[in-house]
Design a protein around this ligand. Structure first.
Ligand code: HEC
Ligand code: HEC
Length: 208
């Protein structure tokens, strides 16, 4: 599958290209420092809450998210590859070590469970999650994000428990091209209707 190859290549390139900054001391490959991560998270807490759990629905839950996924997003916000006025600014001053530490801090917290809200679309949401949409060649979300929505480190983020509003907004952003940092997700969202997106994101919130 072509998009998969492209993404893997991008991720590899990012890993290979992640050099120590010239003026930094010899890079003994840093183990994430949770205490430092917590210090950085204090800046983020206004929107993401102190431990990354449920804030307002526009701000994603970070608690229990995979650290590698968080680092990827922060790196891409900083580089402008993922565009969001607030987060582009928040990521700008962070060093690679800051990103690793804050990601480890959120990742060390237990994921928060959520609940689906719309009974009428649960069956459709479950069907798409588990089996995809065959006649549109939409793959099962579970194939990458896991049967219980826990994701698969390091590539596939946790979606279970996440705010439905946030998940839906990201699907719409992938579909419109506003979020262009995942060829896989752009291809998937492009084939889905509003109704299908709403159903599967509501279902995903309730997964645990
Ligand atoms: C003023 C509010 C605000 C602050 C402060 C803030 N964020 Fe965010 N953050 C957001 C919003 C809004 C989004 C969703 C962006 C989008 O829609 O693409 C987001 C998205 C993210 C994401 C992507 C999550 C995902 O599931 O893809 C990460 C990671 C993140 N923020 C980390 C941080 C960190 C680390 C800090 C502190 C250094 C921080 N944020 C500070 C509002 C904020
Ligand atoms: C082939 C693997 C694959 C499949 C199948 C897949 N995804 Fe994804 N998804 C990804 C990857 C990889 C990312 C992370 C993108 C990035 O790095 O920015 C992602 C990210 C997302 C995000 C953004 C999460 C966040 O925190 O911002 C949402 C929402 C999402 N997927 C929903 C879905 C839904 C709904 C389905 C099923 C219709 C689905 N995905 C199927 C690979 C997949």
């Amino acid at each position: 599958m072509k998009p998969f190859v492209a993404l893997t290549a991008t991720v590899l390139a990012a890993l290979v290209a992640a050099p120590a900054f010239a003026n930094e001391a010899a890079p003994a490959p840093a183990k994430a420092d949770l205490a430092k991560g917590e210090q950085t998270a204090a800046i983020c807490s206004a929107c993401h809450t102190a431990d990354g759990s449920r804030g307002i629905t526009a701000n994603p839950i970070l608690q229990g998210q995979h650290p590698d996924y968080i680092v990827k997003q922060l790196t891409e916000f900083k580089a402008g590859k993922r565009k969001n006025a607030v987060m582009n600014g928040m990521a700008a001053p962070l060093t690679e070590a800051d990103m690793k530490n804050v990601a480890a801090f959120y990742g060390s917290k237990k994921p928060v469970p959520g609940a689906a809200k719309n009974k009428d679309t649960l069956a459709l949401g479950e069907k798409i999650w588990r089996g995809g949409i065959a006649d549109k060649q939409v793959p099962a979300c579970a194939g990458c994000h896991g049967p219980a929505g826990a994701g698969i480190p390091a590539q596939y983020p946790r979606l279970g428990g996440q705010h439905t509003e946030y998940l839906e907004a990201q699907m719409n952003a992938f579909r419109s091209g506003e979020r262009a940092n995942s060829a896989q997700m752009t291809a998937i969202a492009a084939k889905m209707s509003d109704k299908e997106i709403k159903a599967v994101t509501d279902y995903a919130t309730g997964l645990r």
